[in-house]
Design a protein around this ligand. Structure first.
Ligand SMILES: Nc1ncnc2c1ncn2[C@@H]1O[C@H](COP(=O)(O)OP(=O)(O)OP(=O)(O)O)[C@@H](O)[C@H]1O
Ligand SMILES: [Mg+2]
Length: 136
């Protein structure tokens, strides 16, 4: 249950960013896709983007791409990164401030391993509890 709450927080923080930093007319999309490695989650927006010089630092606690009209503490992405790390996942952020691809894309993959293996454990299939398609 704790893990579900944390993941809830991840999506909330990312959607909050996408919505807060976007301007009227911008678009925010969220997509989930099952892949062999797990569930790929992407939160994408067509907002102003994060300037390239800030990108390498953007997940540091209290770091904000200045100047921001929107109030905030600069902790959201740091929390997201840490929660994902504890789930065996990694945050990838791409962003452009100009051109037709302007906007921010945040991507991570939640490993299938955790949910699938606990499901198998609950099934208690004993000797036959082997799942080659999930092996690494
Ligand atoms: N989707 C986005 N579009 C543009 N800039 C973004 C986006 N997401 C994050 N940023 C930039 O990254 C900075 C850090 O984001 P983060 O969520 O860590 O903190 P915050 O939004 O400033 O505060 P809070 O702790 O309330 O979330 C933001 O201040 C903003 O400059
Ligand atoms: Mg935020």
């Amino acid at each position: 249950m704790g893990a579900a709450d944390r993941l809830h927080q991840v999506f909330l923080n990312l959607l909050e960013n996408a919505l807060l930093y976007c301007r009227p007319g911008d678009r925010v999309t969220i997509s989930l896709r099952r892949t062999p490695k797990g569930v790929e989650c992407v939160v994408c927006d067509t907002g102003p983007g994060i300037p390239a010089e800030h990108l390498p630092h953007i997940t540091r606690p209290f770091y904000r791409a200045a100047p921001q009209a929107v109030p905030g503490s600069g902790l959201g992405l740091a929390i997201v990164e840490e929660v994902l790390r504890r789930h065996g996942s990694r945050l990838e952020i791409e962003s452009r401030t100009e051109g037709p691809e302007r906007g921010t894309q945040v991507r991570f993959v939640l490993p299938a391993e955790t949910g699938a293996s606990s499901h198998r454990a609950r099934q208690g299939s004993g000797d036959h509890d082997v799942s080659p398609e999930l092996g690494s």
